[in-house]
Design a protein around this ligand. Structure first.
Ligand SMILES: [Zn+2]
Length: 439
């Protein structure tokens, strides 16, 4: 297809807006080219399709415009254009000044060290979680409408530097449940049956790709790329591990594809993550590898990501993430001592967990549903032994049951000592402790 010239004027359809071509951003091999254009001071991007069925493209773009409005994460068409017979559209411009490439979630960000050398620095855990949550949220909107993005991968995600919100590009590959897909996906991000050509891409390709992205971002490797990739085989090692013989690197029953020797970090990281995360990954990459309905859904991933965020704490020396309930006394990355915060959990609901910070008040409504909100505890540190305790501020009495079966009643104004394996009972609610260092 002939490339457009700088300063060429483009008239938008059904609008009197005129866009001026600035430069070619991306020359697509199959689908189309993307240009940077402007209208006055405003900068936009324009995609021009190579040859294609005009009617089909138009129908797809109309769909895309509609569903693009469902989430600000999707870059959707603002105006249609027709340049010398090629259809295209004008969309928001996602510039490098404001956005990072999605790959930073896995590769880290470039940074100059003290010697001026370029080093890669991992994106902080909370920022990874924020970006991954935004991706899961956007994918979920389409997933629940039985629409598939098809080509979800780091390359198609841009992350806003300011707030870690995301933009998902190339959404014009998205299709509804029964229509044929334009693309089938990208190696490593598409499920084995699609790669083998045995399953038409569908919304479950997105739940697969999303799990791959979460795994790669948090654990630091691909869930299927283990030792089998390095063994001599006939044919392509990628086809072997991603399509014909996919084995999850942490498969409980099949140990043939464990992470490679030099990837100790992947093993150490996975070990640290909470069981609900490990289970979700196991389900997606063992049963869910061929049975698509068994994959963890985008909505479930949203909940898991929030839970990971709630349960994490950061090593104050190196920034590595750790999770409450961990029995590690030292950080596996820097080797320095860890100080896990203590959390209280009401009625076994982790979303009702609250960290105990000195002097903070804990209200009834934070622990359980309560229309008559009152302060139950104040977190205090005893002058005597500098240990944390909970000053009871409720008129209701509290029963503390120790692990050895002994129990004691506390009344308003008394301070309950913290024993990590004890259970508190108040107003028919059971409260457990989590975190800290178990003796
Ligand atoms: Zn550390």
């Amino acid at each position: 297809m002939k490339k457009l010239c700088r300063n060429q004027k483009i008239h938008a359809k059904n609008s009197n807006r005129i866009f001026i071509v600035d430069s070619l951003i991306h020359a697509g091999s199959g689908q189309g080219d993307i240009y940077k254009v402007h209208a006055g001071k405003d900068v936009y991007a324009m995609k021009l399709f190579h040859n294609g069925n005009e009617q089909k493209i138009r129908r797809q773009l109309e769909n895309l415009t509609r569903r693009g409005r469902a989430s600000s994460a999707f870059v959707h068409p603002l105006y249609m254009v027709n340049v010398d017979g090629n259809i295209g559209y004008i969309m928001e411009y996602i510039g490098a000044a404001q956005y990072d490439d999605g790959y930073i979630l896995f590769n880290g960000k470039e940074k100059k060290d003290a010697n001026g050398d370029i080093v890669r620095e991992e994106v902080p855990f909370n920022e990874k979680i924020a970006a991954l949550y935004h991706i899961a949220e956007a994918v979920n909107i389409l997933y629940e409408a039985d629409i598939a993005l098809m080509d979800l991968k780091f390359d198609n995600v841009k992350i806003n530097r300011r707030d870690r919100s995301v933009k998902i590009l190339d959404t014009d590959t998205a299709v509804g449940g029964r229509t044929g897909a334009i693309v089938s996906g990208t190696v490593g991000f598409m499920p084995p049956l699609t790669m083998r050509g045995e399953e038409i891409p569908n919304r479950y390709n997105d739940s697969y790709a999303l799990a791959v992205m979460i795994f790669m971002s948090l654990i630091g490797g691909h869930p299927l790329r283990g030792r089998a990739y390095e063994e001599p085989i006939n044919g392509s090692p990628e086809t072997y591990i991603f399509a014909t013989n996919p084995v999850y690197i942490f498969n409980k029953k099949d140990q043939t594809n464990r992470p490679p020797e030099n990837e100790k970090r992947i093993i150490a990281r996975m070990k640290k993550y909470p069981a609900y995360f490990a289970e979700a990954m196991h389900r997606t990459f063992t049963d869910g590898i061929f049975e698509r309905e068994k994959r963890v859904t985008p909505r479930e991933w949203m909940e898991i990501l929030v839970r990971l965020y709630d349960d994490h704490f950061i090593c104050q020396h190196c920034g590595e993430e750790h999770f409450v309930g961990s029995s590690d006394k030292t950080c596996d990355v820097c080797g320095k001592p860890l100080y896990p915060p203590i959390k209280i959990i009401c009625d076994g609901k982790s979303d009702k967990g609250i960290y105990l910070f000195n002097n903070s008040d804990i209200k009834s409504s934070e622990l359980w549903e309560d229309s008559n909100e009152r302060t139950i505890f104040k977190v205090v540190v005893s002058d005597f032994d500098k240990r944390y305790g909970l000053l009871l501020l409720s008129s209701q009495e509290l029963r503390l049951e120790l692990k050895n079966g002994q129990s004691r009643i506390f009344n308003m104004g008394e301070t309950i000592p913290i024993f990590l394996d004890a259970v508190m009972e108040i107003d028919k609610h059971k409260i457990n402790f989590m975190g800290g260092h178990k003796k």
